[in-house]
Design a protein around this ligand. Structure first.
Ligand code: F6R
Length: 609
């Protein structure tokens, strides 16, 4: 996720660009830059670090000009640095772009452009767009952009400008947001409404495949086929704070709804051409080195630890390699048996959690290979680990982790499949089947999020209970752990997760009339056994909410309420099953009037022991 802005009109561009980027900093904040046309040439200023670093440069240099574009970055391809910051330019500096998204085929395009003599200054996927723009320009800005779009694959919101035609900006989008703010004799472009809300409330919201030619007096929109599109003006009536949350009441619910996109981005570029193998471009270990790994240790805290537990299932079941999972604050105090034949995977959204970082250092000291799974490029954990796989969830602002968890599961699943391929533990057909299943996940998550009313109703009904139990077996148990953490951390309801088969060894004593039990039953291998456990709690008059696969009518006979999730392979079901639990926690917290985004006593990043 990154933030982009653009301005064309009679006024100085830089003040709006900086103001707009400030409002978009929640979308990314590891570097920023602007490009302004001064009447003769385009001047680009950019800086690594928070927006403040760029603002200082702009205050000193005072770039003059009434046409400009800007960007605040959340790194994906290439670490945060001045060179990797946007805007990106071609070889001549006459063609400039800012981009939010991922150009999937950038490596192939880059090789071709280098062969033609183009010189690249950054490690980003975006820079290919600037060079393609230069390559495609033959005196017609619009035609050049169309040629560029015909060559790139992936997700994008793109804004183009060139000093050769400084009377317009061209912008387009595919899978990433872009809005145009309609002013009087001036127009604004931004990733999101907060950036323009102080200037205008009249907007066009671009749809996928649409391209807009924006001058100071007009906005002309066409679709991918070049057919003109008549846009309806969307009048924004949110206040500035609501606008930052995209119209949602809290960041947490916004981030829950961002999961289809976050999952899709995390899957992007991670399969070979015929979808028969997982590829990790950034992993530099050879097959021989990976085959020497005899054991995997996973180290993490909180929600990331829960993702690690799912990771153990994936790696042991798919790749048949032994895995230990540790809470990071325990790991280094228990003399772990780690050596050079161990791979230690640390999982951390922020990449800054002190215990996880310390666990990583301990594993390195013991000679282990180390791999970080993190959401923040250039974070301490990303820098310290030998190799990194990023979750591309975009910045997570709410304290309760949601989209980071589902994308961590995606990475653990992909890494399990990758290791299964290396160790030749799964037939190609099964790998293909699982990859096809993974590709369905964004649409399935979207479908789930379309029908939340029953979950709202349960949350309102049971939100005032003081104890809630979560049960499940196998991967359902792992998801139960996360569901219970979500509920307790934001609603302050006492919640416990149990392996369903373990209930009768003590916990069943706590199940009395009216106690809500959330029973996950998505794992076909243990389905009948889970049903028996559901019957056990029903016999004690618990109120049972079952989470089951679509088409499972049997469950409805045994539970008080059933939530059906789209049918998915047993390995992929957890990624969907957690979504109703996140929603349940969210609506329960709302029902109880809790501060959802900032739960008491908790911080987003825990950098103390
Ligand atoms: C719970 C939550 C925390 C974090 C934990 C680790 O919703 O967000 O449990 O998962 O503090 O944080 P990271 O992943 O940043 O290392």
């Amino acid at each position: 996720m990154c933030g982009i802005v653009g301005y064309i009109g009679p006024n100085q561009a830089a003040p709006f660009l900086i103001e707009g980027l400030t409002k978009l900093e929640y979308r990314g904040y590891d570097s920023a830059g602007i490009a302004v046309f001064d009447g003769e040439k385009i001047n680009v200023e950019k800086s690594v670090g928070r927006l403040g670093a760029l603002t200082q440069i702009i205050e000193q240099k005072q770039p003059q000009g009434c046409l400009g574009i800007g960007h605040t970055r959340w790194a994906t391809h290439g670490r945060p640095s001045d060179a990797n910051s946007h805007p990106h330019t071609d070889c001549t500096g006459k063609f400039v772009v800012v981009h939010n998204g991922i150009i999937e085929n950038y490596m192939t395009l880059k090789e071709k452009l280098i062969a033609k003599g183009h010189i690249f200054k950054s490690e980003t996927d975006t820079e290919v767009v600037a060079h393609l723009f230069e390559e495609s320009y033959e005196g017609d800005f619009e035609a050049a952009v169309k040629k560029v779009l015909a060559q790139i694959e992936g997700s994008y919101a793109l804004v183009f400008m060139t000093q050769l035609e400084p009377d317009k900006i061209i912008c387009t989008k595919q899978d990433n947001p872009l809005v145009i703010g309609l002013g009087q004799g001036e127009n604004f472009i931004a990733s999101d409404i907060p950036a323009i809300i102080n200037r205008t409330r009249k907007t066009y919201i671009l749809s996928d495949g649409e391209m807009a030619i924006v001058t100071k007096d007009s906005v002309w929109v066409q679709n991918r086929q070049g057919v003109p599109v008549t846009k309806k003006v969307f009048e924004v009536n949110w206040d500035a704070e609501a606008a930052e949350k995209g119209g949602y009441e809290h960041f947490m619910i916004k981030e829950i709804y961002e999961q289809p996109k976050a999952i899709r981005e995390t899957l992007t570029g991670r399969f070979n051409k015929d979808d028969s193998a997982v590829v990790f471009e950034t992993l530099k270990w050879t097959k021989e080195e990976l085959l020497k790994i005899k054991k995997i240790a996973i180290v993490a805290c909180g929600t990331a630890y829960h993702a690690g537990i799912v990771g153990k299932y994936y790696l042991e079941n798919l790749a048949r390699i032994p895995v230990e999972v540790d809470v990071a604050s325990e790991f280094r105090y228990r003399s772990p048996l780690i050596d050079e034949e161990t791979l230690t995977i640390v999982v951390s959204q922020s990449g800054e959690t002190l215990d996880t970082l310390a666990g990583l250092k301990e594993a390195k000291r013991l000679g282990s290979k180390t791999l970080a799974v993190t959401n923040v490029v250039g974070s301490s954990i990303a820098r310290e680990a030998d190799q990194v796989i990023y979750t591309w969830a975009g910045p997570e602002i709410a304290v309760a982790s949601t989209k980071a968890y589902t994308t961590q599961l995606i990475v653990m699943f992909l890494f399990g499949l990758y290791m299964a391929g290396i160790r030749e533990m799964l037939p190609k057909e099964r790998i293909k089947e699982l990859i096809a299943g993974a590709r369905n996940l964004p649409a399935q998550a979207h479908e789930l999020l379309e029908n939340v009313d029953p979950i709202k109703t349960f949350a309102q009904k049971y939100g005032f209970n003081e104890d809630v139990f979560f049960i499940g077996r196998a991967l359902d148990y792992c998801v139960a752990l996360e569901g219970s953490l979500k509920l307790k951390e934001i609603s302050y309801i006492h919640a416990e997760a149990y392996a369903a088969g373990e209930l009768k060894h003590g916990t069943l004593a706590l199940i009395i009339e009216g106690v809500p039990v959330i029973a996950l039953a998505t794992q076909e291998d243990v389905y009948e056994k889970t049903l028996s456990n559901i019957k056990e709690v029903k016999a004690r008059d618990a109120v049972v909410i079952g989470i089951a696969l679509e088409g499972d009518d049997q469950i409805d006979k045994y539970v008080d309420h059933a939530i059906h999730i789209p049918r998915a392979d047993k390995y992929l079901a957890p990624i969907l099953a957690v979504i109703p639990l996140q929603l349940l926690a969210y609506y329960a917290a709302k029902t109880r009037g809790c501060d959802v985004d900032k739960p008491r006593n908790l911080a987003k990043s825990v950098t103390v022991e």
